[in-house]
Structure formats: C-alpha cells, structure tokens
Design a protein around this ligand. Structure first.
Ligand SMILES: Cc1ncc(COP(=O)(O)O)c(C=O)c1O
Length: 305
C-alpha cells in the first residue's frame, strides 16, 4: 500500500521536507540490513494525540542498537522529544511512527563500526494493517514453510532491518497463496510469532503465547494484552506451542503495533471461527486504552502536547 505523504521527517536532529529525506546509495545498511527500527502508534484521545508506550518502544530501540554495537547518538529524552516534534510538525492527530537508526555512509566492509549511525523518525497516517474487516471478523492465517530466524544466527530480541527478510519471505508466501498473515515456527517446530505480530491462543479459558525464547519478539502490544488479561483475571501462560495447538484453539489472535489486536478466523484452513469472548474483551479494552478512554491505563499514554 502506498505511504501517505506528510510534510516533515525528523533526520539526524532536524526536520526536513518529506522529499528531501534521502540517503546515499552506498549507505552500509542498504547493502547489509544493518539498521534497527521501531513501529509505534499515536492515537487520538480526548486530550489530543497520545503515543502509546513511547518510552517502552524507544527503550527497545536502544536495546536493539546495543545488540548490534550501535549506540544511538541521541538519548531517550531527545528521541521522545523528537518523536513528539515530528508529530506536531505534521499536525497529525493519530499516526504510525517509524524511528530507524542505521549504519550510514562511510564504510563498505562487514565490520561496520567506522560507519556513522544515522537516526530518523518518520510519521504518517496508517489505518488497520490487516484491514478493518480483519479486526472485526478475523483473518486467515497460514503457517509458512519458512522458519523463524534462529536467535543465535540473527537475534530475534532485536528489531533489525535485515532480519525482516525472514518475515518478508513468509508473508509473500502466504499472501500469494490467498491468506492474510503468516505464522512462523522456529527451528524446533514450535510456534514463534506472526510475520509482524505476536500470537495468542485461548483454550478452556486460559490464554497462552510463545515465550521470547521461542523466537517471538518481546512485543509491547503482547505485554499490554498480558497485563490487561491479568487485570481481568484471565490466566495467561507463556509456553511453547506447536502448530496443532493453533488448530485446536477455542480462540486465537495476533497482537502488534501495526496490526493492533486481530482475531484469527482460520489457520491452515482449520476454522476457529468468529472472534470469541476473550479475544473480544481484550481487543475492546485495548482500543479503549489507546484512545484514552480508560484512566486506569493512562500511564501508557504519552501526550504529544
Ligand atoms: C516479528 C514481530 N513480532 C511481534 C511484533 C509485535 O510487537 P509490538 O507489539 O511491540 O509492535 C512485531 C512488531 O513490531 C514484529 O515485527
């Protein structure tokens, strides 16, 4: 889907025009995927635009950088302020936010430490990643034949740009086969996560999601849903799942910043059905929280103004 253009992008400390936010062809990260990034959302609330768990996302960006020996040239406070500044500069009430730190121009070898670390933050309006219909009635998921990166090959704890080739292979495979989203198993055959989401199942009233040691990203939406479940007194376990745990689930759903909370209607053509009561309850609460309609979770909102 085309990216809706806005006016400004924050690049290395300055706001630049959208069309001028370019980099050199010989930037290290273009060739080797040596960048780390985040996906964040700001929502419209009664008190204006609020970024959902901004600090938690930017701390994960710092951790991703740490894994790749890429200390960020801006501290947390500066990145928080830059994010708010670029949202304000574009006058957006709600948006998707894409901070990226990458090895820039200056070094072409595989030892990148001499290349500069550039940082940019782009924002744009972005609707439901897996579609409104998906949020309402669920999506068709398929287990990909591509396995999730093994974390001792490419660390799954980081959100690194090159790492997403793995998700892209899986996503292309299932979309071309007529499905909406891919599920990736790890090298041991355990469920890891979706192409760009974490995954949950419900069986006999108990929620389960793969542990991060399976290769699942430590998702911020995943964490939010686990805490909401705790507040609702819905038991939730982090445990290894195999593909048939998905087939036999009473309910299943994806979580992620782009996707939000999306029910799974079918998995490998096995019907789970319309979103079940636990999925609906968690999904409704999630949307109430991000839109500033539940004071109890106000601490997750970081207001732009
Ligand atoms: C592979 C993968 N798993 C899970 C997630 C969900 O993480 P979050 O809820 O922090 O967006 C994402 C998105 O960032 C992802 O790319």
């Amino acid at each position: 889907m085309p990216i809706p253009e806005v006016e400004k992008i924050w690049m290395d400390g300055e706001l630049v025009d959208w069309k001028d936010a370019t980099i050199h062809l010989l930037s290290h990260s273009l060739h080797y995927g040596s960048g780390v990034f985040e996906g964040i959302r700001a929502y419209e609330t009664p008190r204006g635009a609020a970024v959902f768990r901004l600090t938690d996302h930017l701390e994960r960006l710092e951790r991703s950088g740490l894994i790749y020996h890429m200390p960020l040239p801006y501290n947390l406070e500066e990145l928080i302020e830059a994010t708010k500044m670029v949202i304000r500069a574009n006058g957006l009430k709600s948006c998707y936010i894409r901070p990226i730190a990458f090895r820039g121009y200056g070094e072409m070898g595989l030892h990148p430490l001499a290349a500069p670390v550039n940082v940019a933050i782009a924002v744009w309006p972005w609707g439901a990643y897996l579609g409104e219909e998906g949020i309402e009635h669920g999506v068709k998921a398929k287990v990909s034949s591509f396995r999730r990166n093994e974390s001792n090959s490419i660390p799954t704890a980081a959100k690194a740009t090159g790492q997403y080739l793995n998700s892209i292979l899986a996503k292309m495979e299932v979309i071309e086969a007529g499905y909406d989203e891919a599920v990736l198993l790890n090298m041991h055959g355990h469920v890891a996560d979706g192409a760009g989401e974490n995954i949950f199942v419900v069986r006999k009233g108990v929620l389960a999601t793969p542990p991060t040691s399976s290769g699942a990203l430590e998702g911020i939406t995943r964490d939010s849903v686990m805490r909401i479940a705790e507040d609702f007194e819905i038991p939730c376990r982090e445990k290894d799942l195999i593909r048939t745990d998905l087939y036999t689930a009473d309910e299943a759903f994806f979580t992620g910043t782009a996707a939000e909370v999306v029910p799974i209607r079918t998995i490998d053509d096995r019907v789970i059905g319309e979103p079940g009561p636990i999925t609906r309850r968690l999904q409704e609460k999630f949307f109430e929280i991000v839109k500033g309609q539940d004071q109890a979770y106000e601490h997750w909102l970081e207001y732009v103004d």
